[in-house]
Design a protein around this ligand. Sequence first.
Ligand SMILES: [Zn+2]
Length: 98
Amino acid sequence: MLPTHRICCKSNFKLHCFVCDGTINRGDEISQVLESGGMEMRRVPYSGSRWVHNTCFPIDGTMYYLELIAHMQKMKPNMSYKNVVKLVESAPNVILEA
Ligand SMILES: [Zn+2]
């Protein structure tokens, strides 16, 4: 299991998660999707308005995803970034966007 973190929060609404194509129920832990900006050519990713389960990782990533990677890098300072990402993405409760 991945560590829980302050960056995720609990949903107050019933929402749809586009990563696992499932329902986000009230009280589920969710994280905000990082939107890369698309057509507007924004340089830095910003957090958009879409929410997913905190263990569902869309291609663009989520706030929680970035926090986890930063956290793991601190925990395993000798591990390469690539392997840290692999470790986070291979956690048993994670669903990646296809
Ligand atoms: Zn989901």
